[in-house]
Design a protein around this ligand. Structure first.
Ligand SMILES: C[S@@+](CC[C@H](N)C(=O)[O-])C[C@H]1O[C@@H](n2cnc3c(N)ncnc32)[C@H](O)[C@@H]1O
Length: 427
């Protein structure tokens, strides 16, 4: 496989291309690397490759004339990748698709980057190696070179070596151990010394799933899983369960705003009670508080809950009872806070939600709070939470679709999206 690396610093690659498996693959010509320096294609006296940015600002920009001449000298250039922070993230799927190619050209930027018109002139795919800014595209180019080369048949020595590695089947790899058996009091897991290959394979699968669940649960959505894997994952969910238990939700029916911006009270709705309870139960939350000061509304809610918790609904649909058992009907938000403080030994941080503004809190920030303390997500009915409720909160979450011209979601839809962003697998 041929890699063309277009770089202002060809010397950057000299040691990397000589070491380990990559060095061996180059010796065997399984992988060939050609380094092309745009400076060799510069035509002015100073062989310049950069210039000041139009519009002003700091730094220099890699100019097009030498770079395009360098790229046009490549016959063929194959698939062209421009390494840049705004690109698609390099991952196993991209590396696998690149491993099918005969030729790949990697374009390394420097300075503030490359003149943006390059993308109009060549079919470049932008690729990033993370949400960080590096000095140049050379280390990202090495990421691509190594990730793709490892997938070439024969590169690894043992055919199966990469099959079990992280990301290949959508999960992270199990942990490895080697001699000595005991090191500074730390023992190798006993099962690995048993010689029982079937049990070792089962343990490794379990560890791979556990590691993925703990560190990268987002991967599981795309992983190849067997029914017994799903069963294992359900039993392993402890850490996430602890965090979710710290998270509570309150639906405030008073005081909320009406369409004239006045404070008032809104009636309960059966749909909100059921749907938010089911979301709360699905994500393993600590509880769901319905806040209304109206006695007849409280009676209505209590009757409704009674049907599913102890009435005919209990036997007809016990799953519904399990969700609705999380519901507490209280007079106001203060009572919800007191109840949570009683359960957790600590008052919750109140996080408001709104369809307006930009919010002061991000979803990952709220998720991090849950590591150490209870959090009460406060949702409003009507036209949103009254100012006095907002004032009780530490901050508001960024609205869902704040950049859309329409973001009037039902409160139960908003609750589901917010809870998934805080407790779901993508965070
Ligand atoms: C200093 S960076 C330019 C950063 C650019 N001004 C920005 O803020 O996005 C110079 C070059 O390094 C490479 N580079 C930096 N960070 C990268 C990343 N995370 N992934 C891929 N390439 C990166 C690109 O080739 C980029 O043109």
């Amino acid at each position: 496989m041929q890699f063309n690396i277009v770089t202002l610093f060809p010397e950057f690659f000299s040691s990397a291309l000589q070491c380990g498996l990559l060095g061996k693959a180059l010796d065997q010509e399984m992988v060939r690397v050609r380094l092309i320096n745009p400076r060799d294609y510069a035509t002015d006296r100073h062989r310049s490759v950069d210039d000041r940015p139009y519009g002003g600002g700091p730094g220099m920009v890699m100019t097009l004339p030498p770079l395009t001449a360098a790229l046009r000298s490549l016959e063929p250039a194959g698939r062209m990748l421009m390494l840049c922070p705004k690109g698609r993230s390099l991952d196993h799927d991209l590396a696998s698709s690149l491993a099918q190619e005969q030729t790949i050209t990697l374009i390394c930027g420097r300075y503030e980057g490359i003149d943006a018109r390059l993308e109009q002139l060549f079919p470049v795919e932008k690729v990033s190696v993370g949400n960080v800014v590096l000095n140049g595209g050379e280390t990202p180019a090495l990421h691509v070179l190594e990730a793709v080369s490892r997938l070439l048949p024969g590169f690894m020595g043992h055919g199966e070596s990469f099959e079990e590695e992280s990301f290949v089947q959508g999960v992270l790899e199990y942990p490895h151990y080697s001699r000595p058996e005991v090191f500074e009091g730390q023992e190798v897991p006993e099962i690995l010394l048993s010689g029982d290959h079937a049990r070792i394979a089962a343990w490794r699968r379990e560890m791979a799933l556990l590691t993925t669940l703990e560190h990268r649960p987002d991967l599981l959505a795309g992983a190849t899983l067997a029914p017994k894997d799903a069963k294992l994952l359900r039993s392993m969910n402890n850490q996430r369960r602890r965090i979710a238990k710290n998270c509570y939700i309150a639906l405030v029916h008073a005081p909320v705003l009406n369409k004239f911006g006045q404070c008032g009270t809104v009636s309960l709705t059966n749909l909100d009670i059921h749907d938010i309870a089911r979301v709360s139960r699905t994500y393993g939350m600590g509880g769901y508080y319905i806040c209304t000061p109206l006695q007849d509304q409280q009676r209505l809610g209590t009757r409704l809950l009674g049907h599913w918790l102890s009435g005919p609904g209990q036997s007809a649909n016990p799953d519904r009872g399990s969700a609705l058992s999380l519901v507490r009907i209280v007079d106001n938000l203060e009572q919800a806070v007191e109840d949570i403080a009683r359960q957790c030994g600590k008052s919750p941080t109140l996080v408001a939600t709104s369809a307006q503004g930009l919010g002061e809190l991000t979803f990952p920030q709220v998720r991090r709070l849950l590591d150490d303390e209870p959090v009460l997500l406060v949702l409003g009915t009507g036209y949103g939470l009254a100012p006095e409720v907002l004032n009780m909160c530490s901050g508001a979450l960024r609205p869902i679709r704040y950049f859309s011209d329409y973001n009037h979601l039902s409160v139960r839809a908003a609750a589901a999206i917010i809870v998934d962003r805080v407790l779901g697998d993508d965070g």
